[in-house]
Design a protein around this ligand. Sequence first.
Ligand code: FAD
Ligand code: MLT
Ligand code: ZN
Length: 461
Amino acid sequence: VSRDTIEALGDIVGHDGLIVDPALMQPYLSDWRDRFHGRALAVVRPRSTAEVARVVEHCVAAGIAMVPQGGNTGLAAGATPVGLERAVVINTSRMRAVRNIDAAAGTIAVESGCVLSDVQAAARQAGRYFPLSLAAEGSAQIGGLISTNAGGTAVLRYGSMRALVLGLEVVLPDGSVLNGMRTLRKDNAGFDWKQWFIGAEGTLGIVTAAVLRLFPAQHTIRTALFSLPTIEDAMRAFAAVESALGELLVAAEIIPDIAVEMRARFHPSEAFPAPRDGWYLLAEATSALSGLEDQIDAVLLDIVEAGIAKGCTVANNPAQREAIWAWRETITESERRFGTSAKHDVSVPVSAVVPFVEEAGAAVAAAFPSTTVVAFGHAGDGNIHFNVVIPQQESIAAEDVNVLVHRIVAAYGGSITAEHGIGRYRRDELPAHRSEAEMSAMRALKQALDPRGLMNPGAVL
Ligand code: FAD
Ligand code: MLT
Ligand code: ZN
């Protein structure tokens, strides 16, 4: 690749949008966990859809592979240019305009580089609510969230990203622009092609903008932290809360005491906001109606009085709510500071959460006795982050742990990734968990949209 070919990208995006200095490129070439490292000819940061289209056309003409990237918080290494001879990273962080907000219709049109917390804030300012919420929300961008079909803590009520996208704009692997920025709730005119790109992890094109759904602001917010002896009790408490609160329930997250212990080591001055026990269930119920606090509290109290939970702490103000959520949302961060872990983002039927965690826990303890299991997360959706912490001095290969855990997941009819995606981290395992017919359907779509194989090669397939 000649120097002129790369310099020409600078002519398209402006020279402050082109990074070629190896030291300055570094943060864009590793994943969030610093497990995957790649190299690239350049990092290109376009400012508009038109610039993305011209960059793609130019790369196609020169035979250069393209790796789309947003906030680079992904946990499957889909945005890291690993093992590519001639590739550029196309990073969307300069495309952060809110194109339109229609509070009455409940829609917001944003560019793909908008950070999730900024979209939440824009919705709030308009008197509305954007429900997608996850620990990386201060960095993750809309294009990345769409391309991974992100989940997070409000899926129970609002669904994953797929359920929140009404319209999409995509630059295809040949540089043409597919504009579907519609705001409709119902639209059956032909294939719903936007679904192909949601969760495609940047392998079918570059998402440049989207129309997202907004919801009414929530005026009653009750956040509770139950203390329970076992995971079985935690799931019993979840079932009781869910049947009593129905659609009011937004989040149901489980936390094992080991995760509390790990976080406490890094935050020794912060008191855990509930009595310590083996497990915790964080449940949050909200409503657009105000004044439902007492009714919700009565349900929470019933669970304690029925003897399911030993205790329950309820937040009475935003600071207390934040303190409870901090113990849930910083588990991943504490785990990273602790050392290496074999991460699993699995889902099983909700009724199988307890037997799965018990069986996989026993299997891991038998095969890898020096490891520690930290199983936590979105239990209300059957999505458990079954992470296995490997002590620094041990030479256990994370892949061996993955294979063992995923074999048990498959036996329960589960998935090897509920929300983080396949990327490069799980790519080699995918064919064992999808039929040949499913793999060929995926390959056929990839071939049809990206016949030259230049869009994020090595990710997913
Ligand atoms: P990136 O990491 O930059 O990219 C992710 C993938 O999308 C890559 O394959 C990339 O090529 C592709 N991509 C990025 N932008 C585009 C684009 N414009 N067009 C096409 N493809 C693109 N995820 C959850 O689902 N739920 C959670 O609860 C959750 N919690 C997390 C907590 C922490 C602490 C961290 C670090 C991560 C967490 N994640 C979670 C993972 C991550 O935040 C999500 O996967 C998020 O969607 C990634 O967004 P991003 O902008 O950082 O994307
Ligand atoms: C979360 O829910 O906090 C992340 O998706 C979990 C992870 O780190 O596996
Ligand atoms: Zn998660």
